[in-house]
Design a protein around this ligand. Structure first.
Ligand code: SAM
Length: 261
């Protein structure tokens, strides 16, 4: 499909801040450890800053998901062999990847949808080998926080039930056009073994949402009506005070508590 002539005008509504520094792009792509046998999916390829380095790898399959039709058309013109999916990544059927074998996912994510996308991808793609995402710096801190840290939130509790996360490096606004207002950072996600994943995802999500809606309160206050003898025993067994705040629980404790509360 033809694209508009002339330079692309960045759309703020789609979080379009394009990377301009090839060294940083290379570093982000290297973090995925891409190989020629891989099936790689890039979310939000934009003008191809990361795609260019991914294409050099000669992966078995390289698919990009871009919502902006104009940018998608430009990518198709530039790389006729590239699989360009014109879609909203928030509506992408992530679970379908479970039928197509191992995959790696990468993206400099649009900031307004980054957290939601990561929530969905880590929990729905059981065949994920690794993911690397650039997000707002503050979100990167949340994704990688340890229990007890003030950055530890519902997103942390959820994601760390599915993946080990590693904060890789900070990226300043100066390497983007247009420049965002805040710093960004790159995070790596390495999935936990499949038998270590939560079986009852809905219950885990429900507990996490309940606890972090009122994160300043004590857990026993939030769960007041649910403090059954079994839940009280859980606190004793875990050595957790019922007056603790939600962000002090470990990811595994959210999971075991979600099964009985
Ligand atoms: N990867 C490019 C780079 O690093 O220069 C562009 C990154 S830019 C921060 C985010 C990209 O995601 C844009 O190309 C934008 O059009 C696209 N995008 C925004 N929302 C999207 C969505 N919901 N689904 C798919 N792509 C989206």
């Amino acid at each position: 499909m033809a694209h508009q002539d002339g330079p692309h005008r960045a759309k703020k509504s789609l979080g379009q801040n394009f990377l301009t520094d090839p060294n940083i792009c290379r570093k982000i792509v290297d973090a995925l450890a891409p190989g020629s046998e891989d099936y790689i999916i890039e979310i939000g390829p934009g003008q191809g800053a990361l795609t260019e380095h991914l294409a050099e790898v000669g992966a078995r399959r390289l698919q990009v998901v871009e919502m902006d039709d104009d940018l998608a058309a430009r990518l198709e013109d530039r790389w006729p062999e590239l699989e360009v999916v014109r879609a909203d990544a928030l509506k992408f059927p992530w679970t379908a990847l479970n039928d197509t074998g191992p995959c790696k996912i990468i993206g400099n994510l649009p900031y307004n949808v980054g957290s939601k996308l990561i929530w969905d991808i880590v929990s729905q793609v059981e065949t994920l080998e690794r993911a690397v995402f650039m997000v707002q710096h503050e979100v990167a801190l949340r994704l990688t926080a340890e229990p007890g840290n003030k950055a530890f939130g519902g997103l942390t509790a959820w994601v760390k039930n599915f993946c080990d996360t590693k904060y890789l490096f900070k990226v300043p606004p100066t390497v983007f056009r247009p420049r965002p207002k805040v710093d960004s950072a790159v995070v790596r996600f390495d999935p936990l073994p499949l038998d270590g994943r939560p079986d009852e995802q809905d219950r885990l999500a429900e507990l996490i949402k309940l606890l972090f809606q009122q994160r300043r309160k004590q857990i026993s206050t939030i769960l007041k009506k649910r403090m059954t003898p079994q839940v009280e025993q859980w606190f004793r067994d875990e050595g957790v005070s019922p007056s603790a705040r939600p962000e002090t629980l470990t990811p595994a404790q959210f999971r075991t508590l979600s099964l009985i509360y």
